[in-house]
Structure formats: C-alpha cells, structure tokens
Design a protein around this ligand. Structure first.
Ligand SMILES: NC(=O)c1ccc[n+]([C@@H]2O[C@H](COP(=O)([O-])OP(=O)(O)OC[C@H]3O[C@@H](n4cnc5c(N)ncnc54)[C@H](O)[C@@H]3O)[C@@H](O)[C@H]2O)c1
Length: 271
C-alpha cells in the first residue's frame, strides 16, 4: 500500500503501547482511525492524541475475546463506513514468567481467547469487506516469542506461534487476492505489557534486569517500522535487534537455540 491517505484503519488494543503509536502514526499519514480497546479511559487518551493531529477518529469499547462483541462491532463499522482498508490485530497481553506446572488453566484459556481468538474473530468478521477493496491489508501482531519458544513463557509463546501459523497460512490462501497479510514479530518494546502481566508483581525485579540488559524499542519506532513494511509490501516484520537475531538463531539452529537463549537468560537473571 503506497499511501495511507483517506484509508480507513481498524486498530485493536489501541489504548496503549504499539496500538496507540500505530494510531498516531497513521493519523499523521492521513488515515481515518477506528480504534478499539477494552479500556475506555486509555482509549479516550488515544482518541485525543489522534484528534490533535487532525485525523478523524472513532472509538469502540470491545473485548476482543468475545466473539459476539466482535461480530456486532464489525457489522456496525461496515454499516457506518461501508468498508475498511486496513485491519491491525494488535490487542494482546502476557502472563509474565511462570512455569507450565504452576500456570492456571483458566489463565492459559484466557490468553488463548485474547491473543489468538481475538485475531481470528476480527479477521473473519472483516475479511469479506477487505476482499472488496482495490487494495487491503491485514496486520497481525505476533512476537519474537512466535519465532523462538522460551522457558516460563509457554502460554504466551503458544499464542504467538498460533498467530504466526494463522497469518502465514492465510497469506497463502489470499495470495491471488488484493489482500496482503503481514506478520509482525516485535522484540522487546517499551510498553505497559510487562506491568500489566498477570504475574508482574512476582517478576518486577527480574523484569528490571532484562530491561537493563536488553534495551527495548519505543512503541513509536515499532509503529514506524510496521508502516514502512506495509509501504514496501514486505510481509514479514521483525522489530528490534533482538527479533532479528532471534529469527536468525531459530532458522540456523532450530534445536540448539534453546541452549543459547537459556544461557543468556540465566546470566541476566544471576547478574
Ligand atoms: N511490548 C512488547 O515487548 C511486545 C513484544 C512482542 C509482541 N507484543 C505484542 O504487541 C501487542 C501490543 O502490546 P503492547 O506491548 O502495546 O501492550 P500494551 O499493554 O501497552 O497494550 C495492549 C493493549 O491491548 C488491550 N487489550 C488487552 N486485552 C484486551 C482485550 N481482551 N480486548 C481489548 N483490548 C485488550 C489493552 O487494554 C492495551 O490497551 C500485543 O499483541 C503483544 O503481545 C508486544
């Protein structure tokens, strides 16, 4: 997509972090924003930022994990705007560091519902509309943890590998259509996801060590990288040196990478 001017973009999880930055960067490029989040307060912060830039902005409070809310949301949008051009499946959360033996099944199901089914519901709900456009884009936010699996992050990695599988297979399915399908793998991005993680309290000091050892990319920078990739039709998006190295490691040492990442992680934890 060469230009975002006058294009209609839906962004989920737009009240914070990468979603908020995508909204403001797209606003600067002349897009109309339809933004959603489960948190009405943070969503209105993003709305103000977008309106200050001068773009049209419409807000919807929805929980991406509730299928009926998403089908109703999509129907309302298509009725009001007749179409959308871009769908950013961004909403997601993390549990924080926890071993599989300690994780509660309710938390495992919840993260699957939000991080995976949220993406599936939105994609299915908007796909027919996107297929009718001369050019259209679906952007799914996976993670570095959708490229490498890591200890004490089994549920989160499961969701992000699922998003990657969903995205890459859909990309092939839509190859002869006007819809491009992007899979985004951010490394560490400096957002609220760490503090909002269910087990953050237990992991706060550990998180500080990781943040110090591995500098995180800003959400604004992440949004700029994503939009640049869309402009260049480059459908695999790696954000940050950690994601670039993780991708290379997983491809060149598909089994051995676990040992290397474990040693690195143990070193950071102990120092
Ligand atoms: N920050 C990172 O280091 C990082 C790295 C890789 C991938 N990601 C992914 O990027 C995406 C954005 O995360 P972020 O870092 O900006 O986090 P964030 O916590 O700053 O923002 C996530 C937003 O999603 C919303 N959200 C969460 N659950 C929701 C639900 N059920 N329904 C509607 N909205 C919901 C939250 O309210 C929040 O506004 C997520 O999918 C995350 O997994 C983040």
């Amino acid at each position: 997509m060469k230009s975002f001017k006058n294009k209609i973009a839906v962004i989920t999880g737009a009240g914070s972090g990468i979603g908020q930055a995508l909204a403001t960067e797209l606003a600067k490029k002349g897009a109309t924003l339809i933004i959603s989040d489960k948190n009405a307060d943070t969503l209105s912060v993003t709305e103000n930022l977008v309106q200050k830039i001068g773009a049209d902005c419409y807000t919807y409070v929805v929980d991406v994990s509730v299928e009926k809310e998403i089908t109703d949301f999509a129907s309302k949008i298509i009725k009001k705007f007749h179409h959308i051009d871009l769908l950013f499946n961004n909403a997601g959360f993390a549990l924080g560091k926890i071993s599989l033996k300690d994780v509660k099944m309710d938390d495992f199901r919840k993260i699957m519902d939000v991080n995976v089914y949220g993406v599936v519901y939105h994609t299915k709900a908007f796909l027919n509309s996107l297929l009718e456009r001369p050019e259209a884009v679906i952007v799914n936010i996976s993670s570095l943890f959708g490229l490498v699996g890591v200890a004490d992050q089994v549920p989160y990695c499961t969701t992000k590998f699922a998003v990657r599988g969903f995205t890459e297979s859909l990309r092939m399915e839509l190859m002869d259509t006007n819809v491009e399908v992007y899979c985004v793998h951010p490394g560490g991005i400096n957002t609220n996801i760490y503090k909002n993680a269910i087990h953050y309290e237990k992991n706060a000091s550990l998180d500080a060590k990781f943040q110090k050892a591995l500098e995180r990319t800003s959400p604004e920078q992440a949004a700029k990288v994503i939009l640049k990739h869309i402009e260049q039709k480059d459908e695999k998006v790696l954000i940050g040196i950690d994601a670039i190295l993780g991708d290379r490691l997983a491809r060149t040492m598909p089994v051995g990478y676990s040992k290397i990442i474990k040693r690195m992680s143990d070193y950071i934890t102990k120092n």
